[in-house]
Design a protein around this ligand. Sequence first.
Ligand code: PMT
Length: 412
Amino acid sequence: MPDPLDKSFVTLGVSGSIACHKAVDLASKLAQAGARVDVVMTRSAANFVTPLAFRSLTHRPVVSNLFDPQSELSMDHVAIAERAHVMVVAPATANIIARMAWGLAEDALTTTVLATRAPIIVCPAMDGHMYENAATQENIEKLRSRGITIAGPAEGYLASGSRGLGRMLETRQILGYVRLVLGRYGDLAGRKIVVTAGGTQEAIDPVRYISNRSSGKMGYAVAEAARDRGAAAVIVAAPSHIPPPVGVSVLPVVTALEMRDAVGSECRDADALIMAAAVADWRPGREAGQKLKKGASRRWNVELTRTPDILAEVQGEHLVKVGFAAETEDVESNARAKLKDKGLHLIAANDVTAEGSGFGTDTNKVFLLDREGGVEGLGLMSKYEVGHRVLDRVAGLLRQCCHDRCADSPLG
Ligand code: PMT
């Protein structure tokens, strides 16, 4: 299953705010992800950015004036409303939110909002006091009660010069909301997928620890792909600099032991566990209470003990278990041994020494090895795409599980 944005029709409603420049970036990123973006702007939005800017990025006509006889789309905004798979109003000013709450249809944007049957995402952007005003809050609640998704606003520096709640979300976050909404009826809808990410840290003393080079990118990408297919995705996350993805629960942990506990409790009601984390195999036998002094010694021996093998330990009658294998040699045979020893359904083996693959990169090149002896080599692709390819297999295994369970039941 590809990115839900690919080939989808997204209507982007733009109202007049200094945050319009972020809507230009949003339109560009939506188009880059394969969406067909129809922009509908208010007249005041056109004071901040020109329709030409959107047209240049989306390669599609832009509706800005309902009554402009020169515009081939001026009277066709209803068609835009009808073909939309999702409508995003970004930035949404206090004014447009109020007009939406009242159901007014005075211009191309409000008319499109009323005419569409697609899910709507509203991204507020305004001064902090305007946002806090009871009238705005009531209007937002009205929209929410009609099933409209309110995305943001965020806290931070505002155009008025003050700090407060009123900044439009960043493009990355809005894209997360759009994918969440578009993917909600995907092939993993109703499933809970637990993913681990990052490298655990095993403390030696209060300032030193043993860890590895995992950035968390692989695990976060798998979780985002799961969200985009409708799953309830949970990341058990070792320390990482990656911000929490929209619509994904992130449970922070530090050590292998903490990861084991969190995975164990999350897997009680999960359908699948996908472990992309690089879990330390060894940890210091005991953590020193104070910073260890180097003194005059030339050597330092730290006694290490084994950490639990989380994947091997976790139980669940119908839990699909997927591992990743970070290898530097004999990739396939080492990964196959792990598949067997840990009782996995599938393992994604990556040669972490290969160009563009493994730790810290945005791409990865993996082999998928299954219980039946099958090997599927995937070329170099984004970690998000790797996530989807792993989830294609997980979705198949879950379907198979359901099928087997039904066949075993007395009702057939
Ligand atoms: O985070 P990135 O920078 O994006 O990098 C991605 C990655 C290289 C970390 C990822 O693609 C990857 O290979 N993850 C697995 C790393 C690893 O620990 O491999 P392993 O071969 O040592 O372990 C095999 C499997 O057992 C893994 O799924 C691991 O999570 C699990 N394991 C390992 C040790 C342990 N004590 N308990 C475990 O459950």
